[in-house]
Write a protein that binds this ligand. Structure first.
Ligand code: 4AD
Ligand code: MG
Length: 430
């Protein structure tokens, strides 16, 4: 019977065959312990000299790291391993012998590992991070589908900027100029007017010369957009969504969280509602915390976000930023027009901003005024104005950065480990 490591609990006491690679190995004169991986998980297989033929034992003793095989044996309980089972091997069929695998069990430097990302992905730690990433994606689709949202796919090749002109990747679109999308938001607004509640999930591109543990050049964003939803209602949707993905990861990724030695007590507490602090109060808090130079009107950097997050053991919304430091499309607070109806959601433990969101301007004249202030001219923006001309409604939306969320839930330091093939300031390989 052919099966996978993830399924072995169903085969206790039975003989099965698994297609696997050798992750690691230990052997003595009479016994060999093979650490197998098959993509679905990791499992130990035990080869006892007295129980197999000589050829099988010699193969087990000499098999090299990352060689591939079909391995057959009986599944038995093993309470010491995280999986709970191991295999007592009967026979091994070598498929391919791997020679001089570059990533050995010893410590390697980050640049070396990044140069071998195509192989590094096979390691137990990277496997765990990718599984957590996958669970967040799965839970995202589940959450939005269960709540009546339609998935809509905005274009990646666009004629204009969505968030600001400085971070655009330029390309030619035949004879025209085009840019890789920084955000699907503007298109999602059009989609919300057609379908009510929508969400997107796709790659976005920022030509930012930032080299921090939170910045990728290419990252994946989940962007919901809702018609007839005001700012406060949007915050409730955001906290429910984030709670849902945290609880899904806790429920379905226990093995991976253990592999990563993640402190799950910190994640178990993450339940809606989340605290809110206004930008004004955040400035006061920062001054109290020793950031004496910060002035009202300045944007927050990573140290500021971390300091604010430290005051809460939950993700925290920083709301109502000054209009001058936020995007052109954000709706002014009706009680004072120097701040806008927006919020950034800051993750705990120093992982920084994971969501940026806002209520959007729905008034045509005000949007036209913003266009002028921001120098947004040309036909590329005309369709967006038309959304305010034909049945404009209050609407809100937000963008969750997938990689920063994966970093937070996995407890990994740097976003480069949260995406299969990271695009960084100085890295386009592999
Ligand atoms: O705050 P941002 O720029 O918001 C937008 O793009 C809005 N148009 C979203 C919307 O309202 N539909 O980006 C949203 C999130 C950030 O909070 C962060 O998590 C992530 O995207 N992000 C990045 N992640 C990795 N590398 C980068 N360079 C990122 N820039 C933003
Ligand atoms: Mg932002």
């Amino acid at each position: 019977m052919k099966t996978t490591i993830a399924q072995v609990s169903k085969f206790e006491g039975k003989e099965v065959t698994i297609g696997a690679w050798l992750a690691n190995k230990r052997s003595s004169g009479k016994i060999a312990f093979l650490q197998l991986r098959d993509g679905t998980g990791f499992m130990q297989a035990v080869v006892v000299k007295s129980e197999v033929d000589e050829e099988t034992f010699q193969l087990a003793k000499n098999i090299t790291q990352e060689s591939s095989m079909y391995i057959t044996g009986t599944i038995v309980e093993d309470t010491r391993s995280p999986l709970g089972y191991e295999m007592q091997v009967a026979s091994i069929e070598l498929i391919h012998e791997s020679v001089d695998y570059p990533i050995t069990p010893k410590e390697h430097g980050t640049e070396f590992l990044m140069d071998h990302r195509h192989l590094w992905l096979r390691s137990k730690r990277q496997h765990a991070v990718m599984k957590i990433r996958n669970e967040i994606i799965r839970a995202t689709y589940e959450f939005f589908n269960d709540n009546g949202y339609a998935k809509v796919d905005p274009p990646i090749l666009t004629a204009a900027s969505a968030e600001g002109t400085t971070e655009l990747f330029h390309t030619k679109y035949f004879d025209e100029d085009a840019y890789l999308s920084q955000s699907g938001q503007l298109y999602m607004e059009a989609a919300a007017m057609a379908l009510g509640k929508v969400f997107s999930f796709g790659p976005t591109f920022r030509a930012e010369k930032s080299k921090t543990r939170r910045h990728l050049i290419e990252f994946w964003m989940i962007e919901p957009e809702m018609a007839f939803v005001e700012h406060d209602e949007s915050l409730e949707i955001q906290e429910n969504y984030v709670s849902y993905i945290v609880q899904s990861v806790l429920k379905n990724c226990q093995l991976e969280l253990k592999t990563l030695e993640r402190d799950t007590a910190k994640l178990e507490k993450i339940k809606a509602p989340f605290p809110r602090i206004s930008y004004d109060d955040a400035i006061t808090l920062l001054k109290e915390k020793g950031f004496t130079d910060i002035e009202w009107g300045e944007d927050f950097g990573a140290p500021h976000e971390t300091a604010i997050a430290e005051s809460f053991d939950m993700p925290v919304f920083i709301t109502n930023y000054p209009a001058s430091i936020k995007a052109f499309y954000m709706k002014p607070d009706p009680t004072r027009d120097d701040v806008v109806l927006c919020a950034d959601l800051i993750a705990p433990e120093g992982y920084g901003e994971i969501i940026g969101g806002s209520q959007r301007i729905d008034d045509l004249e005000l949007m036209q005024q913003r266009y002028e202030e921001h120098g947004l001219t040309g036909p590329a923006y005309q369709w967006y104005l038309e959304l305010r001309k034909y049945g404009s409604v209050p609407h809100s939306g937000f963008g969750l950065g997938l990689e920063r969320t994966v970093a937070w839930l996995s407890g990994v330091e740097h976003v480069r480990e949260t995406i299969p093939f990271p695009r960084l300031l100085n890295r386009l390989y592999p």
